[in-house]
Design a protein around this ligand. Structure first.
Ligand code: AMP
Length: 531
């Protein structure tokens, strides 16, 4: 057929070019860890990103190389993303809460070449430097003098044209820690990132426009900062970043900068509520709060909605870029009672165009969308994973591209999805994962411990906290203190179990594995002494 449309590769730098051209003066505000504040604009971000791209090329970074960040949210982190992606690099965001073994593993597995880090994480960098085999250059985002991010940029003139390429080229890499084995890398393409960004703008999703003032509490290292660094560029929204997630500071920024949109895990809001109750302070301009990462409790949704703020309940995974579903208002919203509205938002919501969901039983049979038949939740779409980074075992999807999420869910007749359980045994504390297997493995390494089981128990602030059940070796006198001290050498501090209990025995499956379901059932009403 004669005639047609232009090829327009969906490349991430085009998002930034658009923001710099059409919304050049829209501000990017940063409140730094030391209390200072800086203001730049989308034009300023674009200028600095070009300088960074030049600097990375000068350092010898090549197309496809991984450029890592170990940082909280701020304007320089945004510059690093766009600059590294603009010169053809792949940004690898490292979660500073991982413990040393995992940090070593992912740095080496990703073969990172350069690392940009926050001063606050300098101790991690010093500790890990001997372990990371491929990182040749380290720059501190908020440092001074040589070796600082600003000094690196100062050498360049910013006269730079982005590296061109295909839309299926990789641009980001983010590791997710599963229940067993090493963390797995999720690779995002320019195409998946741009389509996901455009989707996020929709009214039923984040509802973003140039009028939006966005304070993402979710760190940029958690599932691509939920895509906001890309989506906000597409409409030239104003960004307000805080390098510290302290409720008082967040509340102050929200009021002064007139923040309309915020996003974070439920834990963030527990902290916010405490601050609000203690001071009478409250964010006054919020329109939409997106909560995801783990189930948003009903009482939390209710409280925020009573403030006149819409709550978006998001479900997603690192493997889904991360937006899978969003609990936005339905067609009959205005006719619903307040209670029914809260009920609806308490479920995980509906898919945007592009994402498809299905629920299957353990044999793979499709379950009806009847709001009752629960099963394994599977997902597919243009921003859903096909294969993990460098995974020789092949794609992690079936022949029809269905990815098994490991979550257990029901689909309601109106398309609303509801997570009913987790197939995994991971313990979710404040939206972050604690691997029960890692904890158990560390515990059995302690002299005197025969066997151990870690499970999550309800915690009003962190959602779940781990407790550890230990069977002592015969005649062993190993104490709680001994076990905690041993664990402290092997896992991150926030992974340490809130309580350790000694038991006579633990239940097992036929193949000798711990029967976690039975243990959880036994402890389902357990109350932590300190909670
Ligand atoms: P991550 O890749 O670390 O973001 O974790 C993804 C997992 O978090 C999902 O597979 C779910 O188990 C859980 N999750 C995320 N959002 C929600 C939600 N809104 N409700 C319940 N679980 C959630």
């Amino acid at each position: 057929m004669l005639g047609g449309m232009q090829d327009f590769e969906l490349r991430v730098p085009r998002l930034l070019d658009h923001a710099a051209r059409e919304h050049w003066g829209r501000e990017i505000v940063t409140r730094w860890a030391d209390g200072s504040e800086t203001r730049t604009t989308w034009a300023g971000i674009a200028r600095d990103a070009r300088k960074l791209a030049q600097a990375l090329e000068r350092l010898g970074v090549k197309k496809g190389d991984r450029v890592a960040t170990l940082a909280m949210n701020h304007s320089r982190h945004l510059v690093a993303w766009y600059g590294a992606i603009g010169m053809g690099g792949v940004v690898h965001t490292i979660n500073p809460r991982l413990f040393d073994d995992q940090l070593a593993f992912i740095g080496n597995h990703a073969e990172d070449r350069v690392l940009f880090y926050d001063k606050a994480f300098a101790p991690i960098v010093e500790r890990m430097k001997p372990e990371w085999r491929t990182i040749q250059h380290y720059y501190c985002f908020d440092g001074d003098g040589r070796g600082s991010f600003e000094a690196l940029l100062a050498q360049e003139d910013g006269n730079y044209a982005w590296v061109e390429g295909g839309e299926r080229d990789p641009c980001m890499l983010c590791y997710t820690s599963g229940t067993t084995g090493n963390p797995k890398g999720v690779v995002y393409s320019h195409r998946s990132s741009v389509i996901h960004a455009i989707t996020e703008l929709q009214p039923a999703e984040f509802d973003l426009s140039t009028q939006s003032v966005v304070l993402p509490i979710v760190p940029m290292f958690h599932a691509v900062g939920w895509g906001l660094p890309f989506a906000c560029a597409a409409v030239g929204a104003k960004f307000v970043f805080s390098a510290v997630n302290e409720p008082r500071i967040l509340c102050e920024l929200m009021n002064r900068e007139k923040v309309t949109h915020s996003a974070g895990v439920p834990t963030v809001w527990f902290g916010m509520f405490q601050h609000m109750d203690a001071t009478g302070d409250a964010p006054g301009h919020l329109k939409i709060v997106t909560i995801g990462g783990s189930a948003a409790p009903r009482a939390m949704i209710e409280r925020i909605m009573k403030m006149g703020v819409r709550v978006n309940h998001a479900w997603g995974m690192t493997e889904t870029s991360p937006i899978g579903t969003m609990g936005a208002p339905s067609a009959d919203w205005d006719e619903m009672s307040f209670d029914s509205q809260v009920d609806q938002v308490s479920k995980q919501g509906k898919v945007p165009f592009g994402v498809e969901l299905r629920v299957v039983d353990d044999e793979g049979n499709l379950q009806p969308r009847d709001g009752q038949s629960s099963g394994r939740l599977q997902v597919r779409g243009p921003w859903v994973i096909r294969q993990y980074f460098q995974d020789e075992s092949g794609p992690c999807v079936d022949a029809d591209n269905w990815f098994d999420t490991g979550d257990v869910a029901v689909l309601h007749p109106d398309g609303v999805m509801q997570i009913t359980d987790r197939a995994k045994d991971v313990i979710k504390s404040g939206g972050e994962w604690i691997s029960s297997v890692e904890l158990e493995n560390a515990a059995v390494g302690c002299a005197g411990v025969a066997e151990a089981a870690a499970i999550g128990v309800y915690h009003p602030r962190w959602d779940e906290r781990p407790i550890l059940l230990v069977v002592r070796k015969p005649d062993s006198q190993v104490s709680v203190e001994d076990i905690q001290a041993h664990l402290a050498q092997h896992v991150a501090k926030w992974w340490l179990p809130d309580e350790v209990h000694f038991v006579e025995s633990l239940p097992h499956t036929a193949t000798g594995k711990l029967l976690k379901t039975a243990i959880r059932e036994q402890y389902k009403d357990f109350k932590l002494a300190a909670a």
